[in-house]
Design a protein around this ligand. Structure first.
Ligand SMILES: *[C@@H]1O[C@H](CO)[C@@H](O)[C@H](O)[C@H]1NC(C)=O
Ligand SMILES: *[C@@H]1O[C@H](CO)[C@@H](O)[C@H](O)[C@H]1NC(C)=O
Ligand SMILES: *[C@@H]1O[C@H](CO)[C@@H](O)[C@H](O)[C@H]1NC(C)=O
Length: 211
């Protein structure tokens, strides 16, 4: 009998303990929620800091333009405006980061005195960590547009064409197990195309990226 009492009282204590624990659990749940939010905020700040500290802008640059096919006006050395000029652009993509930069397809557009004269399609790819990869990209130069632009003849006689190029690439990178999506790399360049050597000279680039 005494044993029974003891068991009952024990179970009551247990119940009390349980109910006390339940109340504690509610408080605990609220507390844990707060903790989780705090941890998430701290993690977000940490990841943002990591990305700003450790992510450097990938660079994309056009090194050389090679003419593959060009029809000349017969008896001259001038390109025939009825035919586009086929070229290959030697483009390099430099990834200074410790992670692979995975990017989608994009385009480098070339402007001559504000007129869009060519679009160089860049296929999607992966830029390996701390590497510079080079690509040979075929494209066409719109001869009619080039001729339609003022100054082309006087510029051509000087031996160089001053152009600007714009590239916008969207990609992602994984650092410390966290994938940063939608990294936008914008690269604007001013370049001179030497008509004698067909080389790009005095290239100045500015990159603006949003990480
Ligand atoms: C990427 O490729 C798609 C399909 O070929 C095309 O529609 C789109 O314009 C391309 N994007 C860029 C930025 O070139
Ligand atoms: C030259 O290229 C432009 C732009 O790609 C295109 O619209 C035009 O039809 C082309 N002209 C010829 C003659 O192929
Ligand atoms: C174009 O390239 C040729 C050959 O490399 C060079 O002699 C010439 O000075 C260059 N022209 C200009 C305007 O820089």
């Amino acid at each position: 009998m005494a044993e029974d009492e003891e068991i009952r009282s024990l179970s009551r204590t247990n119940d009390q303990f349980n109910s006390h624990e339940n109340g504690g659990r509610k408080r605990c749940v609220r507390c844990c929620g707060l903790c989780t939010v705090t941890v998430l905020i701290v993690a977000a700040v940490f990841v943002t800091l990591l990305f700003t500290l450790f992510l450097r802008d990938p660079e994309i640059k056009t090194n050389k333009l090679t003419i593959v096919k060009m029809k000349l006006i017969s008896g001259t050395t001038l390109p025939d405006p009825k035919y586009n000029i086929s070229l290959v652009a030697d483009v390099s993509m430099k990834n200074p980061n410790a992670a692979t930069f995975i990017y989608g397809n994009s385009t480098t557009v070339l402007y001559y005195r504000g007129t869009l004269i060519a679009a160089i399609p860049i296929p999607p790819g992966r830029a390996k960590p701390r590497r510079t990869q080079r690509m040979d990209l075929p494209f066409e130069l719109d001869t009619a547009k080039l001729y339609g632009t003022l100054n082309v003849q006087s510029d051509a006689s000087s031996g160089v064409l001053d152009m600007t190029s714009k590239t916008r690439i969207i990609g992602k990178m994984k650092i410390f197990g966290v994938t940063k999506k939608h990294i936008v790399v914008k690269m604007d360049c001013e370049l001179s195309f030497n008509l004698t050597s067909l080389a790009i000279q005095d290239q100045k680039c500015k990159s603006k990226s949003s990480i």
